[in-house]
Design a protein around this ligand. Structure first.
Ligand code: PMT
Length: 319
């Protein structure tokens, strides 16, 4: 994403003092607000999906950085199911992480999936044919993708660094505030909990000739708190919780609900994240599992998550 402007003077709960504001944030906020209001006026709900991991630089002229685990698959596939369910989607995703629809062809080498139509000249007839075996169901997927594009139902917004993620999420929350409970936040991104403040960061590449590296990192402010309390207090907010130890998962999910006071935590464990999640609210917990039969039919866990959450969103709006 684009260059960053210097840190502004205004106080902002620590966010602006510590993290440089991306230069395009105002323009993106305007686009998101216009998108949300247009779809809200047309009777459509709007979901903001965050997807992918964040990148935290260790040097100002960055050679090395700390990354977070996330391919973006959960966010990208969920976006498709939300679109199928009638939502308009703002897709706040890490640059080059998985993207709705094209994610289905991530493992395909584009040139291996194309053929030149035979003909007289060196390049055949000049027409290029698609190998249907390589790009499975591509016509049907293209039709869905183009329908979404033509109707203007998907607004992609990219981030790269932690700073960009934090400012764009805040801008998104403020942009969606005007549509109240019609907005859903689906925070599937894996966000760094630690960062090095700009004032403490070495400018140049850290030299290995100086010996073993010791770094001290600060805690990143949790965005959920101001999002729920101040920026979009009427919205339906879902956070995710990833753990590697299943024995602490539910306790951590409930703790997040107590601290941030939002509506739902989707809890998952690294080893089983593609086939098992628990939807946790303050009063309920509901397991979603992918059976062998589901897998054979090509059903994904995100279809079940989205179906569960869009029903919960309806209930929330009616309350
Ligand atoms: O992308 P995939 O490969 O498909 O993987 C999907 C996933 C495992 C990344 C996803 O399902 C998931 O669990 N994402 C959340 C990971 C996590 O535990 O994040 P966290 O503990 O850093 O944050 C918890 C919640 O607080 C998240 O919803 C996050 O968006 C939010 N958060 C985090 C940091 C921060 N500064 N502010 C926040 O609001």
């Amino acid at each position: 994403m684009a260059q960053s402007s210097p840190v502004p003077a205004a106080s902002d709960g620590g966010l602006c003092e510590e993290f440089a504001v991306p230069s395009q944030v105002e323009e993106v906020r305007r686009l998101m607000a216009e998108f949300a209001e247009r779809h809200d006026a047309g009777g459509r709900r709007v979901v903001l999906i965050t997807s992918g991991g964040t990148k935290v630089p260790l040097e100002s002229r960055t050679v090395r950085f700390l990354d977070n685990f996330s391919s973006g698959r959960r966010g990208a596939s969920s976006a498709e199911y939300f679109l199928d369910s009638g939502y308009a989607v703002i897709y706040l995703h890490r640059h080059r992480s998985l993207y709705p629809y094209t994610r289905l062809y991530t493992g395909v080498n584009l040139l291996d999936s194309l053929r030149l139509e035979p003909g007289e000249g060196e390049g055949g007839s000049g027409r290029v044919l698609v190998d249907q075996a390589e790009l499975q169901n591509v016509a049907a997927v293209l039709k869905r993708y183009q329908a979404v594009k033509t109707a203007g139902l998907l607004l992609p917004v990219e981030f790269n660094t932690l700073s960009e993620y934090l400012h764009l999420l805040k801008a998104a929350a403020q942009a969606l505030n005007s549509i109240g409970s019609n907005a859903m936040f689906y925070l599937a991104a894996a966000v760094s909990d630690f960062y090095i403040p700009a004032s403490e960061m070495p400018e140049h590449k850290i030299q290995s000739s100086n010996g073993p590296l010791q770094i001290s990192m600060k805690m990143v402010p949790k965005m959920l708190k101001p999002l729920v309390k101040d920026w979009a207090p009427q919205a339906f907010v879902i956070s995710f919780k990833l753990e590697t130890d299943p024995s602490i998962l539910l306790e951590r999910a409930r703790r997040a609900l107590d601290i941030y006071n939002h509506q739902v935590v989707v809890a998952n464990v690294l080893d089983t994240l593609r086939g098992y999640v628990v939807i946790v609210t303050k009063t309920t917990q509901h397991e979603l599992t992918l059976t062998d039969d589901d897998v054979q039919k090509g059903i994904e866990i995100e279809e079940k998550i989205v179906s569960n959450l869009s029903a919960a969103h309806t209930e929330f709006m009616n309350r």
